[in-house]
Structure formats: C-alpha cells, structure tokens
Design a protein around this ligand. Structure first.
Ligand SMILES: *[C@@H]1O[C@H](CO)[C@@H](O)[C@H](O)[C@H]1NC(C)=O
Ligand SMILES: *[C@@H]1O[C@H](CO)[C@@H](O)[C@H](O)[C@H]1NC(C)=O
Ligand SMILES: *[C@@H]1O[C@H](CO)[C@@H](O)[C@H](O)[C@H]1NC(C)=O
Length: 654
C-alpha cells in the first residue's frame, strides 16, 4: 500500500480534536552523545519514518520474584521451571494496553488500516511522516552525523506520550537512539563537519571477546597407545600451564561420563574454531575425546565457522572455549551457537532472537546496537533472520562483553529481562566478568556522566570504574578469574588472577542490587569498603555487584593455528564454570530431576560450597582496584567451584 502524504495543516487540526490529556516525557537522552553531532538542517517533514511502538510487557516487575520462586532452594517450587507458553502468557502486553495505544493513534488520524500489530500484541508499527510523528510525540527530529563514519541519522533528544498511556509503552523507535533508517529524506545542503567531545570510553560500542594471547608453549606429546593411562589426579605443572586435568584436580570434578543434554557455547563471527586445532588438542591434552569430534553447529543469521581468516584474533577465543568445554564435558554434547555472517558479525540480540521467538518479535532495540538481518550489505547473509529457530541448551557460556556505560539503558534492561525469562525456563547463563580489573574492555575507564553519577574531570585522572555487561544483569552468573599462585601446587589455595589479565569486577551503574546478594555485599562494605572517592564507582552498596563466582583464568594451554598457545582471561573461566554446572546437571537429570537453572540464589545461600579466594587485587583506572577478602568480593565473587560440595548441594535439592 502506498501511503499518501498528509499535509501538516490538516494534521494539526486533527490533533486539536485529540484528547486533551497531559503529555509526559517518555524517554530522554542523558548527557552528550559523544560520537553524534546535531546539525541545523531543515528536514523535509513529509519524509516517511517507520515507527514502532514497543508495548510494555506485563508482570516484568514480578520477574525477580518469579525467578526466585523456581531458583531459591527454600522455595517449594524450586526446579519447577516454566514452559515457553507460560512465559508468553505471563509477560505478553495486555489487550487493554493495545487498545489504549490504538485509541491514541486514531485520535491523531493514524487509523487502524495503517497499523500493523504483532500477533502477541507486543508491538504496533506504522509509517508516518516526520511532521506527523512530531505532533504525535511532541518532539522535534534532527539530523545527526557520526564523527567517524560520517553517516547521518535522524533522531530526537526526547519525546512525550499522553500521561494516561505512558505505562503501556515501553519505548518508541526511531526516537532517541541512533540507527534509524529514513526514506525519501532530502538533504538540503552538504553536512558541515564538527568535532565531538571524546570520552575515554569513546562511544565506540564494541563487543569484545575476552581471550588474551600469551606466549607459545609446545603441547605435550600424545600419551603412548595402549600404555598406562596418564596419572592425572595430581598434575605437577599446573602453576605453569593449565590443562583439563589441572582443572579437574583444582575443582575436584571427574571426566564426563553421561550424555543427557548439551552444553551451549556462543561465538560471534568472524571468531571461529579450527578442526585441526581441536584434533591437536584432543590428541595431546584431552585423550578422552576422539580425534575428529566436532561440536553441534547451530548457525544463526548466516553464522559460519569460517576458515578464510586465521590467526589468534580469529581462532583464539573459539579454540579456547570449545577445546575446554568439550574436554571437560565429553561425552556430553557441546552445541556451538555461531552467530552472524562475515560482513556484519553479530551481537547478543541476534543470539537471543534465535533462541526465543517471543523476544524476537518483541520489537525494538535490535537495530540500535546489533546488526540487522537479512544483511543489506554486499555479500551479506540474505536469508531471513533466525527467530526462535533453536532451543536454548541448559547451560550457555558467553565469553564476550560490552562496557555497560556504552549501552543504552533500555537496550540493557530489555536484554536483561530476557535472561530472567531464560532462567525461568531452567537455563543457566554464565558470562565473563572482564579482563581489565575495575577498568572496562580495552582498559578504558569512564569519563562521562552516567558512570558513577558525575563527571570526573580531575587532571590526570583516568576515569571512573567501568563494569561490563551482560554480567551486571542480575539474572546472569558473572565469572571472574583466579590463578594458581606461581610455584604452588594444584592443591594450594588460588588467588585473584594477576598474570596478563586482572579479574573484572565492581558495581553496576544501571542494575539494582538483587536480594540474593544483599547480605554478601553488605558484609563486604561493612568490613572492607575501599577508601575511594564516590566519583570512582557507585559505593552505595545498592547496585548489582560482580562477579558472582570465579575460576582459573591464567595459562590455559590450547592449540591455536597449529601450535600450543597459552591463553588468559575470564574468557577461560566462564566456559570452565559452565562445564562444571553441566556435569552437575547430568547427575540431576540422571536422577530424574530438573536442570539447575539460575544458580545464584543457591550459591549465595551456600557460600561454603565454593573455595573462598582471599588474595589478590584487580587494578585499573589509576587505582589498585578492589582486594580479594574473606567472603564475597568484587573480583573473585564467592570463590571457585568445589565440585563435590556443589554436587552434594544440588543433588539434595528437589
Ligand atoms: C511502511 O512502508 C514500507 C515501504 O513502503 C513497507 O514495506 C512497510 O510494510 C510499511 N509498514 C507498514 C507498517 O505499513
Ligand atoms: C575509540 O576507541 C577505539 C578503541 O580504542 C579506537 O579504535 C577508535 O579510534 C576511537 N575513536 C575515537 C574517535 O577516539
Ligand atoms: C548509586 O546507586 C543508587 C541506587 O541505584 C542510586 O540511588 C545513586 O544515585 C547512585 N549513586 C551515584 C553516585 O550514581
């Protein structure tokens, strides 16, 4: 249907017939835009905008209680996870919300025939002229230019909706985010160029894999065929390099023996593993796995395990994650969620869309940060985007992160609510807490508003602490890194990782402190509060604290591009913790019980099932960071897994 252009004069007269309800500001961009500069170009107000109104889901405010009901060991409903249908019914926007928003649109002349409403009622879409949208939302659109790419976008600084329907609307796009596509937009003159203010987290929203390259080290020769099985119970080399045997000795877990489900590992293209590296690794360090064994590929949005580009930057992360995941859980299967094509790559929402159709059709937010599929770029993936195509595995490990400060709040909240829903369905999500101590990815600190409540302008100051997302979402198990004290045995207590990387940790600037963490964080602040300025981090003790748990993240011996290679990072710690949870799930499923699902409430209620780490710091941003102490701390969490204790704990639960 071709839309007719509505004259603005006519529109205004229509608007005057609208309900006279008061408007209230719905969303407003805070602070400066860093990379985006507005221009005083006159926009053609007849140009068309594809408007999406994302309706508020019901019961999100009860999400935490719902999740605790199935995840808290004291709850009678522990382990009684929800079906996808239950999730859909519980959270879908109410018919009342859909009706009220339609009424608003109709009163402004945006009639039913122009609207497209999703089946679940989670969004309403229509094409609107810029002029029409400006009246509807009492806003003004402007042209912005990106400092690096010189791409232009139209956006507004804030918009309003009638106060009485505000609670029904989650957000409307395109509005304050950058990424809107506009059709038939006529530029009236060439765009002038201007400088933008730069922060040290500089507005480049970058998804980072957390595997850090170390020196090369020869892989040990394969054990002799038909010879005695290598004595692995107390390896002596683990302070110099970590192997699957070292991890088993450190945390007391056995070689896998059951195959009841699958363990999910997420990789974003062009990160890819090499089968030749897998085979080298199995032959040398994981002889429990047959050479030639491959993970089960779930290809998302054209995701390919590419071999065109090789080198540590392409193979390091995926080789590490998959070699250890497979070695630790085999004969349990490992599912590789390979996300994104070679042109655009991918990000978290592309993955979440693929494992949850309701998330996928709960529109909005994706095109702000994440690549959009089908990929319009030359050579891009032209198939339909994956939407609820795959089922989530019981445990999913993700070794990638953003700086929380670089992401829009609505984007993070929407995604975090999805992690809550996955938890309700019995899925455990483990993610890396970061490799730069209290600093963010690429060792960046925050110098703009929003990081810790204020600007940090002191001369020479490097900025505020910069925690990483998605670990700061309270529905995720965030994993920090430890190391064996150099020169010590595998049986000695570990310390926070200070070799090559520092364990990421700290306090969110966006998410509130979840109840399950309250007592642990309170104790930490009471006895060990560092004497830092309150501009460095949110020291209120009222925000989500990370990590929850930790595991060795130093000196992992891997096979990368045909040679032995040491790798460092919480990138190694997360798949290790995920593997241990998977082994516990195997035993539970074998005993006719459910998967463990969201583990944080049980962990915080039973800290003795973890090895408390009491030594080390996580420096960054010109400080020595936090210190590992007795009990929970913001660099090693509650400590490292004690598999026998954890198994006993979880097997005793219904
Ligand atoms: C808006 O216009 C585009 C391009 O003409 C069309 O593909 C799309 O279906 C329209 N959207 C709605 C909700 O009518
Ligand atoms: C932002 O930071 C990234 C990564 O450190 C760097 O590559 C890029 O050039 C920076 N951009 C600006 C405008 O400073
Ligand atoms: C810290 O977080 C609390 C709770 O969200 C908030 O009320 C407070 O304003 C924050 N402080 C700073 C300095 O941002």
């Amino acid at each position: 249907m071709k839309l007719s252009v509505i004259a603005i004069a006519g529109l205004l007269s229509l608007a005057s017939c609208a309900p006279t309800g008061n408007y209230a500001v719905h969303e407003k961009r805070n602070g400066d835009n860093r990379m985006w500069t507005p221009h005083d170009i006159e926009l053609d107000r007849r140009a068309m905008l594809p408007i999406s109104i994302s309706l508020t889901q019901q019961n999100l405010d009860k999400g935490y209680e719902f999740l605790m009901d199935v995840s808290d060991s004291k709850s009678p409903n522990y382990g009684k996870h929800w079906t996808p249908e239950q999730i859909k019914e519980t959270f879908a926007p109410s018919a009342e919300a859909v009706g009220a928003v339609k009424e608003w649109l109709t009163s402004y002349g945006i009639i039913d025939e122009r609207l497209s409403v999703s089946k679940s009622g989670s969004w309403i879409r229509f094409n609107s002229t810029i002029g029409e949208a400006e009246v509807l939302m009492q806003t003004k659109y402007r042209v912005y230019e990106h400092a690096d790419t010189k791409k232009t976008h139209i956006a507004c600084d804030e918009y309003s909706v009638p106060a009485e329907i505000k609670s029904h609307i989650d957000f409307i796009t395109p509005t304050i985010e950058f990424g809107a596509v506009v059709r038939e937009l006529k530029k009236t003159r060439a765009l002038p160029r201007r400088d933008v203010t730069k922060g040290s987290t500089n507005g480049t929203t970058k998804l980072v894999g957390l595997a850090v390259e170390g020196p090369r080290l020869a892989l040990p020769p394969p054990p002799p065929k038909n010879g005695p099985v290598a004595q692995a119970s107390s390896p002596t080399y683990c302070d110099q390099y970590i192997t699957p045997d070292c991890l088993r000795a450190l945390y007391g877990f056995p070689v896998g023996s059951l195959s009841k489900s699958s363990y999910g590992i997420v990789e974003f293209t062009p990160n890819a593993y090499l089968q030749s590296d897998m085979n080298l690794f199995y032959a040398s360090l994981a002889t429990n796995v047959p050479v030639g064994y491959t993970p089960t590929l779930n290809s998302i949005d054209g995701g390919v395990n590419q071999v065109t580009y090789q080198g540590f930057a392409y193979n390091g992360e995926a080789d590490l994650d998959l070699q250890y995941a497979i070695a630790l859980v085999y004969p349990q299967k490992v599912t590789l969620y390979q996300v994104g094509d070679m042109v655009e790559g991918a990000s978290f929402n592309n993955f979440l869309d693929a494992i949850d159709g309701t998330y996928c059709t709960y529109s909005g937010g994706d095109d702000v940060i994440d690549p959009v599929y089908p990929d319009p770029a030359a050579g891009g993936y032209k198939g339909a985007k994956n939407c609820g195509t795959f089922t989530p595995t019981s445990v999913i490990s993700i070794s990638y992160a953003y700086n929380e400060a670089d992401l829009p709040v609505a984007y993070m909240n929407r995604q975090c609510n999805e992690y809550m829903k996955l938890g309700l369905q019995g899925v455990t999500i483990v993610t890396s807490s970061g490799d730069n101590g209290v600093a963010g990815n690429s060792n960046q600190c925050c110098t703009y508003q929003g990081c810790s409540g204020g600007w940090l302008n002191a001369a020479g100051a490097s900025g505020a602490f910069n925690p990483s997302f998605p670990g700061t979402c309270p529905y995720i198990t965030s994993v920090g890194a430890t190391q064996i004290v150099p020169g010590s045995k595998v049986t000695a207590a570990e310390e926070a990782c200070t070799t090559v990387i520092y364990s990421g940790g700290g306090f969110s600037n966006n998410f509130a402190l979840p109840g399950y963490q309250t007592s642990a964080v309170k104790t930490y602040f009471k006895s060990h509060k560092p004497k830092y300025s309150t501009t460095l981090y949110n020291a209120s003790g009222k925000t989500r604290a990370i990590p929850d748990i930790s595991a060795n993240g130093a000196n992992y011996l891997c096979a990368v591009d045909g040679v032995g290679q040491l790798i460092y990072g919480t990138s190694a710690s997360a798949p290790t913790v995920g593997a241990i949870v998977t082994l516990i799930n195997e035993q539970r499923i074998g005993a006719g019980k459910s998967a463990v699902g969201f583990i944080n409430p049980v962990l915080y209620a039973n800290p003795k099932a973890l090895n408390d780490i009491k030594k080390g710091t996580n420096p960054g941003c010109g400080t020595k960071g936090f210190s590992a102490v007795s009990g929970w701390d913001p660099l090693t969490g509650l400590g490292t897994p004690n598999y026998p204790a954890l198994l006993k704990l979880f097997m005793a639960l219904p």
